[in-house]
Design a protein around this ligand. Sequence first.
Ligand code: GCU
Length: 617
Amino acid sequence: MSSFEVLMKRCWFVLLLAGSAFAVPSRSPSPSNLIANIPGRTTVSLNGAWRAIVDPFENGKNGFFRDAKPNDKRDLVEYSFDASPVLNVPGDWNTQRADLMFYEGPVWYRREFEFHKRPGTRMFVYFGAANYRASVYLNGEKLGDHEGGFTAFNFEVTSQLHDSSNVLVVEVNNVRRTDGVPGMKFDWWNYGGITRDVTLVEVPATFIQDYWVQLEKGSTHQIAGWVRFNGPVSHHEVTIQIPEASVEYKTLPDENGYAKFTFDASAIACGKKPASQCSAPLKLWSPESPKLYRVVISGEGDSVSDEIGFRTIEVHGAKILLNGKPIFLRGISMHEEAPFREGRAFSAEDAQTLLGWVKELGCNFVRFAHYPHNENEVRLADRMGLLVWSEIPVYWDIDWTNPATLENAESQLRDMIARDHNRAAVILWSVANETPVKPERLVFLKQLVQEARELDSTRLITSALNHVDETAPDVRAIADPLGDVLDVVGLNEYLGWYWGRPEDAERLQWKMSGEKPLIVSEFGGGAIFGRHGAADERWTEEYQESLFEHQLAMVERMPNLAGVSPWVLMDFRSPLRMLPGVQDYHNRKGVISNRGQKKLAFYTLQKFYAKQAKENH
Ligand code: GCU
């Protein structure tokens, strides 16, 4: 985005804040520059052991990117990647080295690799994520910067790449920032590092940058979408094929290399056969049958194939409809924390373990809190039949009036949607979690909601709210103005833990204005696995079990209830939880311990979902 555009946007944002009485004027979000579907491309992994220099005073800014070496014994070079220890990529540095567990600051990574570019191809380097800010250099040349610890980014390296040995240097800095997203305080460990895969991606001179192939809103056979090329286009045909459903559709890109389309898959699949002899070509994706189709998109000399499910998701009054039928979301919230070893989860195995537990609970829904989780988890949810709530880390209080903070949140939103917009599993985009009710926050979040709708009109927009009014002794009203612009309202309430007693749930009544679906996106309480005692003794499994029993009975009486995702699947590391012998820097609200041990509440929830599944079948 040019500095002029940045300037225009900032003036626009300041104007907006000044005149917040006015509606949010529309301005189309610029597309993400992310390359879609890296698993479906020709790639070379750069994962492995990278040399790393821990640089608390950011002294390396002067030149570490050059990876200099003394030419001779008189030369003074006061750093050496060759002599520095390694850190594994992907992986956070905190759980790899005890001396870095609490480290917040810059670390310089270096990866040397041999590469021989094939003629007529272009090369990109793709990062799944790096927390929090990354500056990337190849062979001493700056490629660019990225801010945001949980979204992917890529740079073209066609001209910087040497046809032999190459040196990739990345400065990663996880220092928290007052203008950051998230801000200075959050209830998860600030794991730093290159936390997801690093990949070299080879594409043709003109290639398919991104595409969208989904069912049109409210239709079970009309497919709508687009294909966006990067590079000169020669207006050759673009083909979208779904071989298993006998669907093939051709169209042409416009002068900007953009091909928009909509077509009736039934009509195409049926061809000349009378409709009576034709069954619906597409089996709809659902948790019970998570059908994925191989979809091949080709044009301009490039071809990409992907596994895509087709389903519709919409709200109807207080109901969420999947494929036109009301669905109750039996969920759990989870962090992207690795089971057993702790640290940031990233691998397919981590995803299998975590989502395996989610399935074992009897869930058809999972809330990925509070930031976009890795692609392994999202694609596994697609295959397993788990509906997904995906969120950007606009968490608690941030710098609402700072245009740079809005831009940052918008780019994280854009990149979250860009990476996962073809995943049938993802049904909810959440723009924030537990944010304070104040005018500047409302303006900020309304802008994000508007942008999310423009980027994706097929999914539901939500946020986890926690502002409730005590309208009478045993009555709580969900009263947050942000709720008015959401499709689905998420509510975090900690009755029985941060306020009241678990048994108070028996009397409490909830009120909600407006006819919208409600998801109780968080409730919960802490327990130490293996600590047993009376149900009113904090930190025992019995206390957590009793809290879950009371909560689940209460939520069933709540208005507009369409789903629930208790806090939280597994105990996770947090810098806010310091009670010795109990928390030891862990949030203990998991129904499973960080060693994979199931607490009593796990079975309480499992039983509740078994009953729910039977009733809603
Ligand atoms: C909040 C928040 C979570 C946090 C949880 C807790 O509601 O959304 O991130 O961990 O409560 O206090 O345990």
